[in-house]
Design a protein around this ligand. Sequence first.
Ligand code: BES
Ligand code: MN
Ligand code: MN
Length: 463
Amino acid sequence: MIQIKNYITENKERFLNELIELLKIPSISADPAYSKDVITTAKFVEKSLQEAGCENTEICETKGHPVVYGEKIIDKSLPTILVYGHYDVQPPDPMELWDSPPFEPVIKTTELHPEGAIFARGSCDDKGQMYMHVKAVEFMIKNNELPCNVKFMIEGEEEVGSDSLADFLEDNKEKLSNDIILISDTGMIANDVPSITTGLRGLSYVEVEVTGPNRDLHSGIYGGAVPNPINVLSKMIASLHDEDNHITIKNFYNKVVEVSAEERAEMAKAPFNLEDYKKALDIGDVQGEKGYTTSERYSIRPTLDVNGIWGGYTGEGAKTVIASKAYAKISMRLVPHQEPDEITELFTKHFESIAPKGVKVKVTPHHGGLPYVTNMDSLGYKAAAKAYEATFGKTPIPERTGGSIPIVALFEQVLESKTILMGFGLDSDAIHSPNEHFGVWNYLKGIETIPYFYKYFVELHKA
Ligand code: BES
Ligand code: MN
Ligand code: MN
């Protein structure tokens, strides 16, 4: 398939310009102020599917933000690949930490991206990675290289938990039926160390509220004599890990499957340099659960982290006050076979049980999701590995990641489909952070590799 390289060379500028236009639209799913932009983005995606040669495109309304659908069915007897991605993005704040405005994309070189990277919110997560598929399919359709059927399902509320998606899948089982789901919404180890994501963690996310006195109080007149909800919350949070950094919630680890020594040894072969890791993050040392390596801590082990904490006076100068309330947002990353609802319940019970008598606590669950692990003996994994071999000249390393894409487990439950995660971003691309970027090389390499997946998947399917 030598033509894909030529096609990329000939169309590189256009591929970049189209993505830049897409990145200019602020499709922030979390903020209702941007709901118009979310719709504009959905329309942009629909139009690009049409221009790529897809048919029966549609903007499907859901209870939340719409899903964009499109397909190219060439022969019903051939396999069907369903491409999933998301066109919504995370809020860009804190704005002052961006070197250039988040929705005014610019291409700049970096140490890891000597050929340039596109800086913009959503460039890597996930507009850039999703758009690689649109361009790869455009190539296959325009050059008579599409070896099977393809369907696109691009959603607009992944970053807020895909709440409407369970219903959408149930209501559209027939339309979404497929032989394999293909997603580029994860990363790889390095540009010269290709890897395929073989696992995602699940998620349980809660918000907690601790209420002390019925009103804010003078911290001199009352301080020392009443429960201070911020002090109490801090202590409660601190107690959620023991001195070995194990999570102290009762029964939290009950269903965790211990990864075998063989598998851990296999995983340890993936290149990882602790010194570089610390240096890149400017931390004096790493921290985590005793008995596990850093890469195990962020992939095969469950975790609990405070994502936000607030209460009391945080404005200019000093105000002497004991707040009535304190809050925190807490995420727990889960591994097979932990279940988000069960973990949320264990958390709630535990949190209520450790609250001192003087305060009231309220736990509000947010979105959650199940973990996922790819079977490496599957046709899909083999086809993906062959595709990377064809374009990187190296066998990809299987790697479980710490992030979550809750829809993947839902796909398995509702559509009975397996997913292949072909991510082309780097951990250093700063997704969800200021100065998010996506390498131009990575973008084009993705476009180049995807058609090979189609080719090998269909070949292996026939065999
Ligand atoms: N694309 C990410 C997930 C991801 C990134 C997985 C990199 C592995 C490597 C996705 O958009 C995301 O941010 N997911 C959220 C969960 C969601 C329910 C908000 C996450 O992992 O925090
Ligand atoms: Mn994503
Ligand atoms: Mn994300």
